[in-house]
Design a protein around this ligand. Structure first.
Ligand code: GLN
Length: 218
């Protein structure tokens, strides 16, 4: 069995070591005796929705987000949406997460159009939210009887404040830290098998149970 991982914009959206999530996914597949292939998807590269089992989209600063936002419009973005609607798994972090919503409003300049995969929007705030985060996972979507799967830990560094609409669930509730916006105590977003959150760390080596959950979904 082979898992194909689509790594979106690996050279542009790669801050705080988020590529460690790719290393974790690949190794945890191989340790279980099946292959994982990483396809790098950069500016201008087409996407075949049938080819990708799991997408990864890391964090990046506003400058890179402007380039990537443009590249995600049109057929490429639609191919990602088609894959997720058909059940592909997706992990997006911070700057990547923000661009999967309806729009990201940076401090300066125009709103950046997002993919609209998640029913959410993000507005750059004046406070940069930095520090360790602990969240309790929302039982509505991870329905296992495995108690160790009930928290996620990580590190956040964002000025973007993200607000969820009615068509996507938060990943969980903040126990420590700011989370999506430092106001509603929610963190992250879930739609089908697509997850977005602010947790760097990198997330998956710090939360192997979540890495395995994503692999199972994919
Ligand atoms: N530019 C975005 C923000 O500061 C995302 C930064 C990041 O990916 N850590 O909110």
């Amino acid at each position: 069995m082979k898992l194909v991982i689509g790594h979106l914009y690996p050279r542009l959206m790669n801050i705080y070591g988020d590529r460690g999530n790719i290393i974790s996914l690949v190794n945890r597949c191989r340790w279980r005796g099946f292959e994982a292939e990483v396809k790098e998807i950069s500016l201008g590269d087409p996407i075949d929705p049938k080819e990708i089992d799991l997408f990864f989209f890391g964090g990046g600063q506003d400058k890179e987000q402007i380039l990537v936002s443009k590249d995600l419009q049109g057929d490429k973005g639609q191919a990602i949406i088609e894959a997720v609607e058909k059940g592909a798994a997706f992990l997006s972090i911070c700057g990547g997460y923000q661009l999967l919503g309806k729009y990201y409003r940076p401090h300066l300049g125009e709103d950046l159009p997002g993919l609209g995969l998640f029913d959410l929007y993000t507005i750059a705030g004046t406070l940069r939210m930095i520090g360790n985060v602990v969240i309790e996972i929302n039982k509505d979507f991870i329905s296992t009887n495995n108690d160790s799967l009930n928290t996620l830990v990580g590190f956040e560094n964002h000025s973007g404040k993200t607000y969820l609409g009615s068509n996507c669930l938060p990943i969980g509730r903040v126990i420590k830290g700011f989370g999506n916006n430092g106001e509603d105590r929610f963190e992250g977003a879930v739609y089908k098998n697509a997850f977005g959150c602010y947790l760097h760390g990198p997330l998956l080596p710090k939360n192997p149970h979540f890495a395995d959950y994503l692999i199972q979904q994919a």
